[in-house]
Structure formats: C-alpha cells, structure tokens
Design a protein around this ligand. Structure first.
Ligand code: HEM
Length: 321
C-alpha cells in the first residue's frame, strides 16, 4: 500500500511499496526522473542533491535522465548491447570473480570487498580499470550523499569530499557516465549480494548444496529506493499522485514481495538496467567460484556455460533477508 506525507511548504511525498504499484507508477508518463524541486523544502533539498549528478556542460548521469530523453535511450541500448556478450566479459573479470569467490568461501580477501567489486564493474567498461581504497571511498561518499541523512550530506559537501569524489569517479570512468553510475552507485547492490552470499555460505553445507542459480536468486538485491517526481495530478491505479509530489519507489521492499531477479533490475520496463544479463551471471559465477573445491553438480556447471541466465527464474522459498 502506498502512503502519502503532505505538510504544506515542507514536503509533498508519496512512497510506493507493492510490486504492482511500483511497476505501474514507474510506467506512468507523468512520473519523471528529473526533479523540479517544487512541492516543499524537502522536495527542494532532494532535487539539489541529485543536481550534482549533472556536469557543468549539462550532461547527466544515466539513472537521472528522463524516460524520453533521446540520449538516455541511445546510451541504454548501446550499453545493453555491449554487455550482452556475457561470457567474454566474465572471462575478462575472472580474477575478480575468483577473489570474490574466495571472500564468499573464507570471509576474507587480500583487499576490501568494495574495491574488488568496483574493479570488476569498472572492467566491464575498460579492461584496465583499476580500483583502489581511494576510489571505493569516493563511491561510498556518493552513496552516503544520496542517503537520507542531512547532517552527513552537509558535511560531505562542506568538507569538499563530494566534489573530490565526483572528480575521482569521473576521472576513472574516463568521462563515461554509465561507468560512473555503475562504479559509484550500482556497485553497492553487488556488494550487498556478495555479503549475503558470504552469510549463506557460512551455514552448514550450503556452499556445496545450493546451486549457483539458487544462490543468485536468494541474494540478488534491488536498490532500496529510486526517486521520481509526479509532474501532474493523476491516479495510477489506487495511488493518488498530487502534482509536484516527490515519489519514492521502494524497489527492494517491493522485490521482497516478488522475489524475481528480473524485478530487481526492472528487466521488463523502459528503465531496465542495461546490466540485466551480466549481473545475474556474475553473481552465479561468484558462487560457483566459491564452491570450486566443494564440488557442485556437473549439470549445474554445464548450465553456467550458457550465455544468458534467465532473470525471470522463480527463486527457491528459503530466501534470506
Ligand atoms: C545488482 C546490481 C544491479 C542492480 C540491482 C541494478 C538495478 C538497476 C535499476 C533498478 C535501475 C533503474 C533505476 C531507475 O530507474 O531509477 C538501473 C539502471 C541502470 N543500471 Fe543497473 N543495477 C545493477 C548493476 C548495474 C551494473 C553493474 C551496471 C553497469 C555495468 C548498471 C548500469 C545501469 C545503468 C546505466 C542504468 C540506467 C539505465 C537508463 O538509462 O535508464 N547497473 N539498474
């Protein structure tokens, strides 16, 4: 059930949490990614936060571009095509997959989990992308900037860490905004999944017993929330959206009610993640690497040779949170 918070002059907000409502509101033509900042103080402050993902020459990070923006559409299609040849890409990042597998198996790695994930994601774009503690710190700073804590956000901007982090991520991404998005923001979803895999692997003989596709289904997580604005007043199904409301789509909360990997990646929507094929395959390979010396059925190993992991596969019932 969606809920609304309206305090005149302060906030106009709608939070959408069920799978059908999230999909319907996401699909509504008057619900946009660009934020006007109208509707109250909070609306203005959230719009100001997202404005930092726009460069001085007007370029915008892809997940903040509007649905009909022709550049967004073209870049999404180009990246989706570039990422569709899944197996060669995963061979390219085989060393990082092995490191992540070691972390899932042993709970430790030679460098921090976030650095390994950031490098794996960066290398989907540039074969020689090199992440470090500093670049991962930059990613964490931008993730914290987007979290709902005003004091931390104030300090991040005031200290100069915000601009330094944006500059570092953009430098490493060689100006490629999709790479910046993936290595600063999207990578956190993968970090969460790998941590959950580690938890799963610690219990009993789960590592040997659970097949990679099931491990993937149990650990893939969606972004906690994505932000939109309702341009006009409209009912979308039972959800009433007042004009200039901030709309929070609680994607992870909705995914828990419909635990299908495709849902986490909006795989059937206009804003489908261009990595909807490679991310599930990467996670399944990490589990496979973790159990390399614990076995796993030959049938499953054959399965993982296929190029595309079906994202609509129904997960097993024993989901972890
Ligand atoms: C577990 C990992 C990931 C999850 C759950 C995920 C999920 C999502 C979701 C839900 C969106 C839509 C956001 C919105 O509409 O506001 C999105 C968009 C996007 N994702 Fe991912 N993502 C993941 C990893 C990645 C990776 C590794 C890449 C790049 C290699 C990537 C690239 C993008 C891009 C460029 C967009 C914007 C698409 C557009 O033009 O609208 N994502 N992702």
């Amino acid at each position: 059930m969606a809920f609304t918070i309206t305090i005149p002059g302060i906030i106009r907000l709608v939070v959408v949490r069920t799978p059908d409502e999230v999909l319907a509101v996401n699909d509504a033509s008057m619900v946009e990614r660009s934020l006007s900042g109208r509707g109250g103080l909070v609306n203005r402050s959230v719009a100001a936060k997202l404005a930092v993902f726009r460069t001085p020459d007007g370029d915008i990070w892809p997940a903040f571009r509007d649905r009909l923006d022709p550049l967004r559409v073209a870049h999404q299609a180009a990246l989706e095509a570039a990422l569709s040849d899944v197996r060669p890409l995963l061979r390219r990042i085989a060393p990082e997959i092995a490191e992540l597998g070691g972390y899932v198996r042993d709970g430790a790695a030679d460098r921090s989990l976030g650095v390994i994930v950031q490098q794996a994601v960066g290398r989907l774009f540039f074969a020689n992308y090199t992440a470090s503690e500093k670049s991962y710190y930059a990613a964490r700073t931008l993730q914290t900037w987007l979290s709902p804590w005003p004091l931390r956000a104030f300090w991040i901007r005031r200290s100069g860490a915000l601009q330094a982090s944006l500059d570092r991520i953009m430098d490493l991404s060689r100006g490629d905004m999709a790479c910046a998005h993936a290595t600063a923001l999207a990578m956190d979803n993968i970090v969460r999944s790998i941590k959950l895999m580690r938890r799963l692997a610690r219990h009993g003989d789960n590592l040997a017993k659970i097949e990679p596709l099931d491990a993937l289904a149990q650990t893939l997580r969606a972004p906690t929330r994505v932000v939109r604005e309702a341009r006009d007043e409209r009912h979308v199904g039972p959800v009433r959206l007042r004009a200039r409301s901030l709309v929070l789509l609680a994607v992870e909360s909705a995914r828990r009610q419909r635990p299908d990997p495709g849902f986490a990646l909006f795989a059937s929507a206009w804003n489908r993640c261009p990595a909807h094929g490679v991310v599930p395959a990467l996670l399944a390979d990490v589990w496979q690497a973790a159990r390399a010396d614990t076995g796993g059925s030959p049938e499953q190993r054959r399965d993982l040779q296929t190029d595309q992991i079906p994202v609509s596969k129904n997960p097993p019932t024993a989901a972890i949170r």
